[in-house]
Design a protein. Structure first.
Length: 165
């Protein structure tokens, strides 16, 4: 008799557990949203509208048009340790386009140019991104001189010099 009660109790517990597990967990997991959603722009609208100053171009696209009379220079990164193009040269007192070609798929990078007073040159959204992607920045006219540039994630190893003459 005792064994029969034990078996009945055990069967009841198993049946109750089976019924409750069919309901699923009382919680769900939803990943956090991305930090900054990209704006949605149709290809035809993007092609007909001028690029905003300093706005990044869509990944893989050539980017916004160069400023009137300006030139385009490209910084390339294929690894997490250095820029492949650490030396750039542009004309003084003329705005220019800077393309950051991040080919490193392992970690995010960015590029910023630093003024002689230590502040960053205003060139739009310089947030970090993982490659392979390209971002295009419209840089205002700079006076003659040497301007350091670096990746803010790896400032001691990923650095270079922009010579303005």
């Amino acid at each position: 008799m005792r064994l029969a009660r034990f078996a009945l109790a055990l069967l009841s517990v198993v049946a109750l557990a089976a019924c409750q597990s069919a309901q699923g967990p009382g919680w769900t997991y939803a990943p956090a949203p991305p930090p900054t959603p990209r704006p949605s722009v149709s290809a035809s609208a993007a092609a007909s509208a001028p690029a905003a100053s300093g706005s990044p171009a869509t990944s893989g696209a050539p980017g916004g048009s160069a400023p009137a009379g300006g030139e385009t220079v490209t910084v390339v990164a294929t690894s997490a340790t250095r820029f492949d193009t650490p030396d750039l040269t542009v004309a003084a007192n003329k705005p220019f386009t800077l393309v950051f070609d991040n080919q490193d798929p392992t970690v995010p990078h960015n590029v910023v140019i630093v003024k002689p007073d230590g502040s960053k040159v205003s060139m739009g959204d310089t947030s970090f991104f993982t490659g392979p992607q390209k971002r295009t920045y419209q840089v205002p006219a700079l006076g003659a001189g040497a301007y350091p540039f670096h990746c803010e994630v790896h400032p001691t190893t990923m650095k270079g010099t922009l010579t303005v003459k």
